[in-house]
Design a protein around this ligand. Structure first.
Ligand SMILES: N[C@@H](CCC(=O)N[C@@H](CS)C(=O)NCC(=O)O)C(=O)O
Length: 204
């Protein structure tokens, strides 16, 4: 089994943190996204969507989509569960994971891709207005998260889950996307510091 990995890019980072939390070490093959290695014919055979990460299983099966890869590991290695242990908890974690991904990580990614000059290679048609709209969407979601985190330490409940990983990676990706966290969002800031202190979130 090996992970086709993409360095510090957000989705590869999500799987890297997930694996560290679960104590799983696997072979990794690095790709240079800026050199467009994910667009090659060989890569496209593994993932027609031309995105990283991709998990290659020993029987030659390729799994892409970050959450699908995480699901595979959470089901095959039950220790250090990050996606829920019973139907209700699984649904609650998925609810928050999807909220964070759709309303926070994606807007941060669109802001970066449409506003940062360095993103021109992967986003050849950059539309600044769309980037600015997404900066606003990310800011609105952070206000919601700040209110939610007034009553609990983690996004999906009382323990660390995949929803925290997705939100943490989105926060770290805000700098190149030219988005900042509001000084007044004390709950969100305390949550960020809590996740930042976990060994799994340190860069390799
Ligand atoms: N929905 C996919 C997104 C994968 C994706 O877009 N990955 C980015 C890196 S964060 C990528 O490979 N981008 C290359 C490109 O846009 O050409 C997932 O959840 O894994």
């Amino acid at each position: 089994m090996r992970l086709h990995d993409g360095g510090r890019a957000p989705n590869p980072r999500r799987v890297q943190i997930f694996l560290k939390e679960k104590g799983i070490e696997i072979e990794r093959v690095q790709y240079d996204i800026n050199a467009l290695e994910q667009k090659s014919e060989a890569f496209t055979k593994m993932n027609p969507m031309q995105g990283l990460p991709v998990l290659e299983l020993d029987d030659g099966t390729f799994l892409s989509e970050t959450v699908a890869i995480c699901r595979y590991f959470d089901e095959t290695v039950p220790e250090h569960n990050l996606m829920g242990k019973n139907p209700l908890e699984k649904a609650q974690i998925e609810m928050w994971q999807r909220r964070v991904e759709l309303n926070f990580l994606l807007p941060v990614a669109f802001s970066f891709r449409h506003l940062h000059p360095g993103a021109g290679k992967i986003e050849p048609v950059q539309i600044a207005e769309w980037g600015e709209i997404n900066q606003g969407r990310a800011a609105r979601f952070m206000a919601i998260l700040d209110r939610e985190l007034a009553s609990r330490d983690y996004i999906a409940g009382e323990r660390f889950t995949i929803a925290d990983i997705t939100a943490f990676v989105a926060c770290q990706f805000m700098k190149p996307a030219r988005i900042s966290m509001d000084e007044a969002q004390a709950n969100l800031r305390a949550w960020f510091a809590r996740i930042d202190a976990r060994p799994s979130t340190a860069f390799d």
